[in-house]
Design a protein around this ligand. Structure first.
Ligand SMILES: Cc1cc2nc3c(=O)[nH]c(=O)nc-3n(C[C@H](O)[C@H](O)[C@H](O)COP(=O)(O)OP(=O)(O)OC[C@H]3O[C@@H](n4cnc5c(N)ncnc54)[C@H](O)[C@@H]3O)c2cc1C
Length: 233
């Protein structure tokens, strides 16, 4: 899996702070931008984060390029509606010579399962090519392709949507592939926006687990893991 931060709002935390100040200021926007330095903007962002007035975070957005992930994971990703997506099309792209297959660790680490999985994937891919060879349009031949087929996607989310996404998808209840992806995205945005994302991650890191009976019961370990990323204790 390869996750790249392709682009993001310039001066992200200043931008959100300026938007917040405008709400309460009689000044012109130009004067607000000039008047407050980074330090006072950071102070305001801290207040916004603790008060929960998160709408100003929507002015900050991040665009990621994600490659080497399965259609399983992109299907889970695109359930997040407050985001924009562009995914490599199986209708328009013909997988003539190769189609990579994403193998979950549980299968990779089990030689018998690995053999069965690879065989089934290869059979499906061979059938896809045979269908195309006899004139079936690739958009129909692709129905035979498995969920483990590799794909690529570009996703843009604003900071508010990302906080919500991280709370769900960095959680141990999320599946490993999307969890690994979400954690990598979190590390990328945290480097650019350390205040906004200071507490980001599964809810058990900064509050209590909301999962009730479905809890993984590992809040202590998760907190420890995230503390190592530089989270407040
Ligand atoms: C561990 C786990 C297991 C899951 N299992 C399943 C499953 O078995 N089956 C399944 O179908 N899905 C499952 N999902 C997906 C889940 O139900 C959500 O579709 C997905 O996580 C996106 O969450 P969201 O709707 O909160 O986020 P987004 O779509 O990004 O929306 C963000 C927030 O905006 C608001 N919002 C967005 N759209 C609307 C709207 N139309 N009306 C009102 N408010 C809105 C809500 O407050 C929402 O929380 C699972 C997710 C997780 C993390």
């Amino acid at each position: 899996m390869k996750v790249t931060l392709l682009n993001y709002t310039r001066n992200p935390e200043d931008t959100a702070a300026q938007a917040a100040r405008l709400c309460y200021s009689p000044s012109d926007i130009k004067d607000i931008v000039k008047k407050y330095d980074k330090e006072s903007n950071i102070g305001l962002i801290n207040k916004i984060m603790s008060s929960g007035h998160h709408s100003v975070l929507e002015h900050v957005s991040f665009t990621f390029g994600i490659e080497g992930i399965s259609r399983v994971t992109t299907h889970q990703l695109v359930r997040h509606r407050i985001a924009s997506f562009s995914q490599q099309s199986q209708r328009y792209v013909l997988f003539k010579d190769n189609l990579d297959c994403i193998i979950p660790d549980t299968i990779k680490n089990n030689p018998e399962a690995s053999k069965k999985y690879q065989k089934a994937f290869n059979n499906a891919y061979t059938t896809y090519k045979e269908l195309v060879d006899i004139g079936i349009p690739q958009e129909d031949a692709r129905y035979i392709l498995p969920n483990g087929a590799e794909t690529k996607i570009v996703v843009t989310m604003n900071a508010r949507a990302l906080l919500h996404f991280f709370s769900l998808r960095c959680c141990l209840r999320a599946q490993k592939e999307i969890r690994d992806m979400a954690k990598t995205m979190l590390l990328l945005v945290k480097a650019k926006c350390p205040v906004i994302f200071a507490d980001a991650g599964p809810e058990c890191v900064s509050a209590t687990c909301p999962e009730g009976k479905m809890t993984c019961g590992k809040a202590k370990e998760v907190k420890k893991e995230y503390k190592a990323l530089g989270y407040p204790s």
